[in-house]
Design a protein around this ligand. Sequence first.
Ligand code: CTP
Ligand code: CA
Length: 223
Amino acid sequence: TPPASGRGTLGGKHILVTAGPTHEPIDPVRYIANRSSGKQGFAIAGALAALGARVSLIAGPVTLVTPPGVTRVDVETAREMAAAVDAALPADAAVMVAAVADWRVEGTAEQKLKKAAGGIPALPLVENPDILATLGHGKRRPCLVIGFAAETENVIAHATDKLARKGADWIVANDVSGDVMGGDANTVHLVSADKVETWDHMPKNDVAARLAARIASALENMP
Ligand code: CTP
Ligand code: CA
């Protein structure tokens, strides 16, 4: 059972979290995916619930156990994730940790593609909806909107650029040029409009606890 609501906790708050990759189908048996394990997002959902928040976790395809006290909605594609986020609103805060596929295959094949058909199939791609930007610039924007940015270079510059583009209050930026994806630890930078904080390399569970505490104190200072 979550702790009773009170000062310093997230009792009475509804927080939306997206996590994991999305899978974008090519045909009934194949898809495009990415290396996100979902661990950081699930850890954040768990840490928020531990502080008493009502947490809606919109999860892409992952093999992780739902943290205690978290309401989970499983989705496969970016468009399903966008719809599930919309259905979960309103929320006091949103933490968008999912590694949403930027593109999907246009005109998914209804039958399995066959080699015997001759030639190599072209996979025309179209851009997926930007779930964070839609939320961050939308009418039902939560008070506190947090994005994640996985970068392999120029981490702070790219994250700062994403703050404005996505309408986010904070971007948690991490350098994924090493072995972060799928690993159990992370080095993150908390980027906001007026400052950049670099946190020590720490377990993903510790990143989650620290971020949850920051969210709790930020929401305390909001109407
Ligand atoms: N995001 C999202 N919907 C998308 C793409 C990204 O909600 N279609 C969110 C992610 O969950 C993350 C943030 O936006 O919180 C940043 O994602 P990222 O992939 O770093 O940003 P992009 O705008 O897709 O830019 P890039 O070209 O670097 O991938
Ligand atoms: Ca992207």
